[in-house]
Unconditional design. Structure first.
Length: 512
């Protein structure tokens, strides 16, 4: 079904009675040569760069195809739960049929190696994992079936560690089997990534890339007539896995560390770095990484590590990009006002301003906290305050509504009450809700004259979702969210500022 494209074989591990948690933390032992010899020659670094460039091209094609497919899904499928469920069934059927037909189309049985006295225990264990699909069990195996029907981590290790044995590629995966596996597998991975199942990209990229890299190694050995000039195909399989994964995800340092830890051999530091850099630079010529593409398609306000160039080139302040339509609450507010505010907008947090001191910022209140208080009817009598709607009313230290403990509020995490769970009765609308015990009285703020660079770094370093903008009197004049700091929003803010200045200049000339 869709199992070959999941990130970890958790379900299959539990089905065998225990969870094999160490499966994908190691790719096996790579240092198969004696002494201090390396598995590759220095001059082969150029070939690894070529593998990286080809992996970048494969990743760019994969990202472009998946992007168009995701856009189609968002328009035709994602808006309906039934269609999403139906898509999973159809894709599962397609993957199952393709996975079953490929070994049938191969239709060739390869003899299992018999003379394995010099083989390591790792290689002998991999021999036992071969699948005799349509072949004589114990004597022969189907090469394509051994890559498809085994677990992904086992197939990756087979591609990394199976030996070469002569020009006919006996006792290993032949070039034709690798090609027949690589093309349908990466096509079905493109189709699968993005459907409504918990699937991932890491393992299918490694497996398809390992098949590509081993195929590249086979072609080199055939050009050399297997004289041993080039490194073994397992080394090229490792570079191919890194190249395809880097071409899709466009990560370098993190993937180098991950793959290096998985191999457990420091000799691959430089080859992996060069391969991943070549894959990233080649892929960036055509499009962005797959994760960046999906972030933009889903319109997630993701802030890059660096400040947008438009903010560096222009002097933009926080007052230019903030939203002035701020929905505020008072420290003690009527329950009906809070309920109507939550129903009219979907904001996640609201500033609390003290009207007795001229509208200064008192703190902030989160949406889930307000919904919890309304659901638990934590408000006092309508007669507990008199004339509080006037601007000069002072509250004093006493609580005006029943106190709900913080552990009670946080106990519902992460399924906090929603506004639909609140039963607001007509007689409760005039009751008072005291927000002072629950308010965050030390929220992060920024002055309206602060530079956008400082504002941007505050969001990035502190992981903020919003930022209150205040003037010199600590009065709330606006609010900034992550969407306001995206390059497109900054460009619109700068354009609006220039147009307003031009209109002001024209009005001034007209008056003269």
């Amino acid at each position: 079904m869709c199992g070959p494209f999941t990130d970890a074989p958790v379900l299959s591990s539990f089905s065998q009675g225990q969870a094999n948690i160490d499966k994908l933390f190691s790719f096996g032992e790579f240092n198969i040569l004696s002494g201090e010899s390396s598995n590759f020659s220095i001059w082969e670094l150029g070939l690894f760069v070529i593998v990286g460039c080809l992996g970048g091209l494969i990743g760019a094609v994969f990202n472009a195809a998946n992007e168009h497919l995701t856009i189609w899904r968002m328009k035709r499928i994602n808006h309906s739960k039934f269609r999403r469920f139906l898509e999973v069934i159809v894709v599962s059927l397609i993957v199952s049929v393709v996975s079953f037909l490929m070994p049938l189309l191969w239709g060739h049985c390869t003899e299992i190696p018999k003379d394995m006295q010099e083989w390591t225990n790792q290689e002998k264990n991999l021999i036992e994992e071969l699948i005799p699909f349509g072949c004589t069990p114990g004597k022969e195996y189907n090469e394509v079936a051994s890559l498809i029907f085994t677990e992904a981590d086992t197939a990756i290790k087979q591609l990394f560690h199976f030996r070469e044995a002569g020009a006919d590629d006996s006792s290993t995966f032949s070039s034709g089997a690798l090609f027949l596996f690589f093309v349908p597998y990466i096509l079905t991975a493109t189709l699968t990534y993005g459907i409504a199942v918990p699937s991932g990209l890491f393992v299918p990229s490694l497996l398809s890339g390992a098949a590509f890299g081993r195929l590249f190694g086979h072609l080199l050995h055939k050009l050399d007539h297997t004289n041993g000039t080039f490194a073994d195909s397992g080394t090229y399989a490792l570079m191919g896995a890194a190249a395809v994964l880097g071409g899709m995800a466009r990560m370098t340092i993190s993937l180098t560390v991950i793959l290096l830890e998985a191999t457990g051999d420091m000799q691959y530091v430089l080859p992996l770095m060069l391969t991943l850099m070549a894959a990233r630079f080649t892929g960036n010529v055509f499009n962005e990484g797959l994760y960046d593409i999906h972030i933009k398609l889903k319109k997630i306000p993701f802030l890059e590590p660096d400040v947008p160039p438009i903010a560096e080139r222009n002097e933009i302040v926080a007052g230019q990009v903030m939203s002035t339509q701020v929905k505020c609450l008072r420290p003690v507010e009527r329950a009906g006002v809070v309920y109507d505010l939550l129903r009219s907008c979907g904001h996640g947090s609201f500033p609390i301003v003290d009207t007795a001191s001229g509208g200064t910022l008192y703190g902030t209140a989160s949406r889930y906290m307000l919904c919890t208080l309304l659901q638990r009817r934590a408000f006092g009598s309508p007669d507990v305050l008199e004339d509080y709607d006037g601007p000069q009313q002072h509250l004093g230290p006493r609580r005006l509504s029943p106190l709900v403990q913080w552990d009670t509020i946080e106990r519902a995490y992460p399924r906090y009450p929603k506004l639909s769970d609140v039963d607001m009765r007509e007689g409760d609308r005039n009751c008072w809700l005291d927000l002072r015990p629950y308010a965050n009285t030390a929220p992060y703020t920024v002055n309206e004259t602060a530079s956008i660079q400082r504002t941007y770094r505050l969001f990035r370093t502190l992981g903020l979702r919003f930022l209150c903008v205040v003037n010199h009197n600590n009065q709330v004049v606006g609010i900034i969210t992550r969407k306001d700091l995206l390059p497109e929003a900054l460009t619109d803010s700068l354009l609006r500022g220039r147009l307003s200045h031009e209109e002001a200049d024209e009005d001034g000339r007209g008056m003269l």
